[in-house]
Write a protein that binds this ligand. Structure first.
Ligand code: SF4
Length: 382
């Protein structure tokens, strides 16, 4: 059984600070987890293990959740994969999503196994009877369906219409066509993704879809590439939409172990300010006025922050000329000077100490700040 209370506590009330998604978007429940309707933006990923290998799949799911993944998808290519699902669902500790292509029986088996969501395109599973069977099973079990449109597999008639180019209109039309197949059966617990390898197409598709529907959106760039470039592409695509309050759940797709995707997801959430779970460390870019070994100092500060799970903003600045002004926005800051330095809180100098005491003074002030935040959070939750 999913440890619902513990899981929800982590998502909604723990050290992970909550920022809502757009409250006007349709709320869809994925197990105990809300997507849309003002809920926090949810981080998800997909296992790269063979689902039939239950031990390896569970081990990867646990690594993913440890890294901050809140919803995990597994591939269900055949009957033996769906036979493994109930054991995976039982021990996963997070809601499990079954990824199904073409065969409606896999969807029925996945629902029976207790998955929290299925990803399937009704247009791929054949007759209306089969679509109805899947919709009925999901409806009775309270399981939503994610429709996934990918730039690499748009329907031929849409590609023909658009001169064989992948366009945002084509992506949206393909998604709405799938939505219609479900809504015609009276099924509305739907999430949609429109993933493209072209960042601009992905952004435009999601913007366009949002103008037409209140269905929650799962954001991602498909085939983004290796972690460096792929992370930048994903950050631009997902990040620019999140800043406009478009998107309710995200997945970064990298050519790497999926555990690496989770860190990038969280960086995107934190850099856009949409959701924070840890401190943000900013530093000056350094220039000819620098009076301290800023890079080493930042590395030391980063080590201290590893143990902090409260989302405070920390600034490290290199000189007293511009440092105090540039650190003004931070909750706590260090400003380096000649043989001396200052600790700032909310733009005010709170301590001035010799350089060798700077780090310990920062640690002391940080502890006080975290304590104050915890007390404030406890009050909010009581
Ligand atoms: S804080 Fe000082 S050292 Fe850093 S970039 Fe600004 S002026 Fe240069």
């Amino acid at each position: 059984m999913l440890k619902k209370e513990k899981y929800l506590q982590k998502i909604y009330q723990g050290n992970i600070q909550r920022y809502g998604s757009n409250p006007k978007i349709r709320k869809v429940m994925v197990g105990p987890l809300a997507i849309g309707g003002g809920a926090p933006i949810i981080v998800q990923s997909m296992c790269s293990t063979d689902t039939r290998d239950i031990k390896a799949t569970l081990a990867q799911i646990h690594r993913l959740t440890e890294a901050g993944c809140e919803l995990v998808r597994v591939a269900v290519p055949d009957e033996s994969a769906s036979a493994a699902l109930s054991a995976i669902v039982a021990e996963a500790g997070v809601p499990v999503v079954a990824d199904i292509h073409f065969h409606y029986k896999r969807a029925l088996e996945a629902v029976k196994a207790g998955v929290a969501k299925i990803r399937i395109n009704p247009g791929n599973i054949g007759s209306a009877d089969r679509v109805k069977a899947v919709v009925d099973a999901c409806g009775s079990a309270g399981i939503p369906i994610r429709i996934g449109v990918n730039s690499g597999s748009l329907p031929d008639d849409i590609l023909d219409r658009d001169s064989h180019k992948v366009t945002a209109h084509g992506m949206v039309d393909a998604a709405l066509r799938e939505v219609e197949l479900l809504e015609r059966e009276g099924f509305h617990d739907i999430i949609v993704s429109m993933k493209a390898t072209e960042t601009s197409v992905m952004i435009e598709s999601n913007r366009l879809f949002r103008q037409k529907s209140d269905i929650p959106l799962h954001l991602g760039i498909t085939e983004a590439g290796l972690p460096g470039y792929g992370s930048i592409k994903s950050a631009i695509g997902i990040g620019s939409l999140l800043i406009d309050q478009i998107g309710e759940t995200i997945r970064v797709s990298l050519s790497s172990p999926p555990e690496e995707e989770i860190e990038v997801c969280w960086w995107i959430l934190e850099a856009t300010g949409v959701r924070r779970r840890s401190p943000e460390l900013v530093g000056c870019p350094t220039c000819g006025r620098i009076e301290i070994d800023l890079i080493e100092l930042m590395k030391d500060v980063q080590k201290i922050l590893k143990d902090v799970s409260i989302p405070v903003k920390v600034a490290v600045m290199g000189c007293v000329v511009n440092g105090p002004g540039e650190a003004r926005d931070a909750d706590i800051g260090i400003v380096g000077g000649k043989g001396k330095g200052m600790i700032m809180r909310n733009g005010e100098i709170v301590r001035s100490v010799d350089e060798d005491k700077l780090l310990s003074a920062f640690g002391e002030e940080l502890k006080i700040l975290c304590y104050e935040r915890e007390v404030a959070n406890d009050k909010d939750l009581s």
